[in-house]
Design a protein around this ligand. Structure first.
Ligand SMILES: Nc1ncnc2c1ncn2[C@@H]1O[C@H](COP(=O)(O)OP(=O)(O)O)[C@@H](O)[C@H]1O
Ligand SMILES: [Mg+2]
Length: 249
């Protein structure tokens, strides 16, 4: 069981309350899409879940317990928007992935695990010896995913992970996320300002506006019969199809 619960979570920067008592639950093996305009507080929610934002009220729990922030087990892992700044340019792909592994695996186990993880994200394992500078944005984002998975997480928080990629590779990365999540049964909070992207991967959708979740429910319900005016506004801005998701890898 891996249930991530935000309960009345409040985050304040100075006098600016950025998250206003937000509650959201990501069920075991479930993908919840979090959508909302820029500045609505989506990244703050992600950062709060991994201990990077100042939570001044409420709590964030994993299976009803506080999330361990130190030690070898880091059950909640985050993948960030910009794959150009999230990987250390001086570390090889393999080193970056291995760094996130719990414990201290021996050389052979480490190598085998790097190969397994790169294969899982559809990268040629021979790329393990490359520096990130040799990789495209889409390839870097696959490495960032492999690195997150290396920690053997129970929950992944993906914050705009396709937003800085070329449209031509966004679909491939989305397909990967969807397949990977199903295969591993991960619980996932998938954040995007783009409703079309969220609709593609998420079973449940939460809509954020001005630091509050104004609507949440099954994707078909929220997107098919939105109750909140802001959700209707978001929907109106989405084209009917996402042509990019059919692009080959
Ligand atoms: N470290 C910070 N210090 C001060 N204000 C911040 C900080 N991080 C985010 N904010 C503010 O919080 C609000 C929500 O930001 P963010 O969570 O990044 O939104 P989103 O990811 O939805 O675009 C914005 O008004 C932003 O300026
Ligand atoms: Mg953001």
């Amino acid at each position: 069981m891996s249930v991530l619960s935000f309960r009345d979570v409040r985050v304040r920067y100075g006098s600016h309350t950025v998250l206003k008592d937000v509650s959201l639950e990501i069920g075991d093996g479930e993908v919840v899409g979090l959508v909302g305009e820029s500045g609505s507080g989506k990244s703050t929610m992600a950062r709060a879940a991994v201990g990077l934002a100042p939570v001044t009220g409420g709590e964030i729990l994993l299976d009803g317990r506080p999330i361990p922030r130190r030690g070898p087990v880091r059950p909640v892992q985050m993948v960030f928007q910009d794959p150009y700044s999230s990987l250390d340019p001086r570390m090889t792909v393999g080193e970056s992935v291995a760094e996130a592994m719990p414990g201290r695996p021996g050389k052979q186990a480490r190598r085998a695990e790097i190969t397994r993880l790169l294969t899982l994200v559809h990268l040629d394992p021979s790329r393990a010896d490359d520096l990130p500078g040799r990789l495209s944005g889409g390839q870097r984002q696959r490495v960032a995913l492999a690195r997150a998975l290396a920690a053997r997480p129970e929950v992944i928080i993906a914050d705009e992970i396709t937003s800085s990629l070329d449209v031509s590779v966004q679909g491939a990365v989305l397909n990967l996320v969807r397949d990977m999540q199903r295969e591993l049964g991960l619980s996932m909070l998938f954040i995007s300002h783009n409703l079309a992207v969220v609709r593609y991967v998420a079973g449940r959708v939460a809509v954020m506006y001005g630091g509050e979740i104004v609507e949440q429910g099954p994707a078909a319900q929220v997107l098919g019969a939105p109750r909140h005016e802001y959700t209707r506004h978001l929907l109106a801005a989405v084209p009917g199809t996402i042509p990019t998701v059919k692009e080959p890898t």
